[in-house]
Design a protein around this ligand. Sequence first.
Ligand code: 3HC
Length: 301
Amino acid sequence: KRPAGAPDKSLARDVKKVGVVGAGLMAGQLALLFVRRLEVPVVITDIDQDRIDKGVEYIHGEIDKLALKGRLSPDATNRLKALVSGSLDKAAFADADFVIEAVFEEMTVKQKVFAELEQHVAAETILATNTSSLSITEMASQLRHPERVVGFHFFNPVAVLPLLEIVRGGATDDAALATAFGVGKKLKKSCVLVKDAPAFVVNRLLTRFMGEIIAAIDEGTPFDVADRALTPLGLPMSPLVLLQLVGPAVAQHVNETMHAAYPERYGLSENLQRFVDAGKTAVWDADGKIDPEVDALWQPG
Ligand code: 3HC
């Protein structure tokens, strides 16, 4: 059955090569999923060769782990690894049919990535973005072909969580959207079409939820009490562990987008900002204790 609002699948284009811009945590997981499910060449890029090499190494390592779990035959392991490559030169994206970006969560950075890609790829190549919160319409607005831009928003861990939010921007055409749904189906995700609104649907809720836990801590509730109070609700992970998984810097960017759009509903935490500025990524250490440096940074308001 066609997902609600999805265009006719006969409009979908074949995807024979994928490009991934970014070689970080999210981008690496995306590249792995694409190569596993589509079995087509996947090329990754980033701002320097070292990041690209680490990205390829991560993907190869994850393929090896799947082989060790008995999920890939030795043949499939070698085939998938050979399909993954890295290139500093965006010319390697020239024959890609579908390129997804998962770079820093900032509009100007993402617009620059798309503008540069447009110099190299064909006019009908889909440009997808894994943005957590930013406007697809605005991201596409300076392109010669904004009709090929779609939001393609995954959830961490990408291999495990089934949902994929597909976002139609103001200029996105039916062929781009149909191709996005076709790819989403091959990736075995549950695709939903969502409106191009700040943080789409899921992050709108998640940001509000996390914001309230952080506000409770800002107001003086100890970390462990605020974080563990929700355990009996049966959540798969506690809010602050989820914050670690998503990355506090990404979470803070989403907070800023939501605060700018709906200041009365989404607050900003100075404590969280201090935590991000200090380069901290974890509240809890490996033994389940609060990092004392984080505790010292957080000042009850
Ligand atoms: N990366 C890759 N795979 C992972 C993983 C990770 N970080 N964590 C767990 N897995 C895999 C395991 O390898 C295992 O796979 P297998 O069955 O093939 O061996 C499987 O997941 C289950 O692992 P576990 O039994 O160890 O773990 P749990 O049952 O405790 O589940 C979880 C782990 C799926 C991460 C679960 O805790 C969960 O769903 N947490 C909530 C995550 C969430 O809400 N994510 C959304 C964040 S918002 C977002 O990403 C959007 C962005 O825009 C901000």
